[in-house]
Design a protein around this ligand. Structure first.
Ligand SMILES: [Zn+2]
Length: 107
């Protein structure tokens, strides 16, 4: 049995992503770049997937390129920078680094 790369739940014999996380991924594609973070989370909740699973999904980093949450945060930050006339781009790796350094300081 394979485990879902996002939430760790059994995803079926060959599937790397379980049904719930597939639903969430589709929703992320639909929402990203179109809505703010609050609406984004509401949209994910509207899929009917349990909240705990959405949290696992957002924190997952199956490719080591930053979690879904970091990627979406990076996109929203980049957009905001453009709106404000700033050059540059925020990458998911950057957001991940910043978040990890903040989490380290808290400890
Ligand atoms: Zn899953």
């Amino acid at each position: 049995m394979a485990l879902c790369v996002y939430c760790g739940v059994r995803s079926g014999l060959f599937a790397k992503v379980c049904g719930d996380c597939k639903k969430l991924l589709a929703k992320v594609d639909e929402l990203r770049g179109n809505v703010g973070y609050g609406e984004f989370l509401d949209g994910l909740a509207a899929t009917g997937v349990p909240k705990e699973k959405i949290i696992l999904f957002l924190k997952a980093d199956p490719e080591g390129k930053g979690s879904v949450r970091d990627q979406v945060t990076a996109e929203m930050t980049s957009e905001l920078m453009q709106v404000m006339g700033l050059k540059g781009k925020q990458s998911a790796e950057n957001v991940k680094d910043i978040r990890q350094s903040i989490e380290k300081e808290k400890k």
